[in-house]
Design a protein around this ligand. Structure first.
Ligand code: C5J
Length: 220
């Protein structure tokens, strides 16, 4: 077993059963004019982690380990968008509306795309997800079984919404989960701090946390 120096204690893993899951590093959450900004959020917090997420992705690729990318998005006919989600909040543009980067969070639209710097390589798994969690209404479980993955490192946005939801779903499905603390971000620093604390509380009740440097040192 290899180890990552992590909190609340070392994260033991077998390199052959490890995968990286990068959650929703999309233009709509990171760029002015996108969905995140339409909700009144400061998106510069999200763009600030891009170089760190890139370093983590490149570390997994260099180690020959799988990288899975998720995208929060909906079908063009909105058949997978419940009114309870579309009507939530008071954004200046709603999911499915036409905004400065095309229709908000709709498959294939420019704003829905993963940021260029973090673009998936050909052959990497991309999960299009209509919910916050990446297991709901997707093929993620099947993909992970096919890979033989048992331990998952998480990065992406936002920490307390889609990242934490997916980690909890993965934890319940028997995966050991580690969050790369500096490769995830929230629009609300206090929510990020609380999510990290919740994840690793009570002896890693949801999972472990470590810095990107610690993860990469463990992979080396
Ligand atoms: C949100 C996400 N916050 N990817 N999506 O709506 O966390």
């Amino acid at each position: 077993m290899a180890e990552i120096d992590a909190q609340p204690f070392a994260f033991a893993f077998k390199p052959v059963t490890m995968a990286l899951v990068v959650i929703d590093m999309q233009r709509d959450f990171a760029e002015p004019g996108g969905f995140g900004a339409s909700l009144g959020n400061d998106v510069s917090r999200i763009t600030a982690i891009v170089p760190t997420v890139k370093r983590l992705i490149e570390g997994f690729r260099a180690a020959g380990l799988p990288v899975i990318h998720t995208m929060e998005c909906h079908r063009a006919d909105l058949s997978d968008l419940p009114p309870a989600k579309r009507d939530r909040g008071n954004p200046s543009i709603r999911i499915g509306d036409v905004g400065p980067m095309g229709r908000v969070l709709i498959v294939g639209e420019p704003g829905t795309a993963i940021l260029d710097e973090l673009a998936p390589l050909p052959g990497e798994i991309i999960i299009e997800k209509p919910g916050k969690g990446a297991f709901y209404a997707t093929r993620l479980s099947e993909e992970l079984k096919h890979l033989g993955a048992q331990q998952l490192v998480f990065a992406g946005v936002t920490t307390e919404v889609c990242v934490q939801t997916t980690m909890r779903e993965a934890n319940d499905r028997g995966y050991e989960c580690l969050l790369a603390e500096d490769a995830t971000e929230s629009y609300f620093p206090e929510f990020k701090a609380a999510a990290i604390a919740m994840i690793r509380a009570q002896g890693a009740i949801v999972g472990w946390t470590a810095t990107t440097d610690q993860v990469l040192q463990g992979l080396a």
